[in-house]
Write a protein that binds this ligand. Structure first.
Ligand code: IMP
Length: 198
């Protein structure tokens, strides 16, 4: 089901030039071509699994906006698309267990098939928080699609049903994901460059 894997040993290729985001250097982890190929595969899954239905796609802002924009344009089903914002990081690179829902979908969820679109599931606390909120509104079903999943950091209750790439526990930027609000426009996904050895 989840064919493409980035494992903990994947290292950047020699010719990868580091890019700077704020105070940190990053190198490519997943190329634009790999992302686009995987997004197309995920779209096929949604088209098959929700054929003949009218699911409600809920995009978690801000990080999932690029992924969702590419994904929904490959769908042949007719979804409704809504947006929520859950804040967990502020401007830091550390996760916290607190989360805030900034947009409200109340009244739209009852008896709907919901697909929650995430950029990245890290600890899983954000996803668990939102899933427990959704459950209170009696949806017909809820599945989570995430582009990235960090299995080594995951401590949530229910892993996502659809996963683009499993990645190492490093902090990544690009393709919608930011480091202190920068790097979202990058077309590939980047991880921190190795520290130079003295
Ligand atoms: P979790 O609650 O720890 O699973 O964090 C989920 C959210 O944290 C994601 O939707 C992202 O917005 C953010 N996040 C987690 N890891 C990263 C990362 O490596 N880069 C950028 N954002 C991240």
């Amino acid at each position: 089901m989840f064919r493409k894997k980035i494992n903990a040993c994947s290292m950047p290729m020699q010719h990868d030039t580091p890019i700077r985001v704020h105070d940190r250097l990053f190198v490519p982890l997943i190329s634009e071509a790999e992302i686009q190929a995987r997004v197309a595969e995920l779209a096929v899954r949604i088209n098959e699994d929700y054929a003949g239905r009218n699911p409600l796609i809920i995009v978690v802002l801000n990080g999932a906006f690029v992924f969702a924009a590419d994904l929904v344009r490959l769908l042949t089903i007719r979804p409704e698309i809504q947006f929520i914002r859950i804040s967990t990081y502020g401007n830091s690179m550390q996760s916290t267990e607190t989360a805030r829902v900034l947009l409200d979908l109340e009244g739209q969820l009852e008896h709907r098939h919901v697909v929650l679109i995430e950029d990245i599931v890290d600890t899983g606390y954000t996803m668990d928080f939102f899933l427990s909120l959704l459950d209170q509104h009696n949806p017909a079903s809820v599945r989570v699609m995430t582009l990235l999943f960090k299995p080594e950091r995951y401590g949530g209750r229910r892993p996502p049903e659809y996963i683009g790439f499993r990645i190492p526990p490093a902090f990544v930027v690009g393709y919608g994901m930011d480091y202190a609000q920068q790097g979202r426009e990058l077309r590939a996904i980047y991880q921190p460059a190795p520290e130079p050895s003295n």
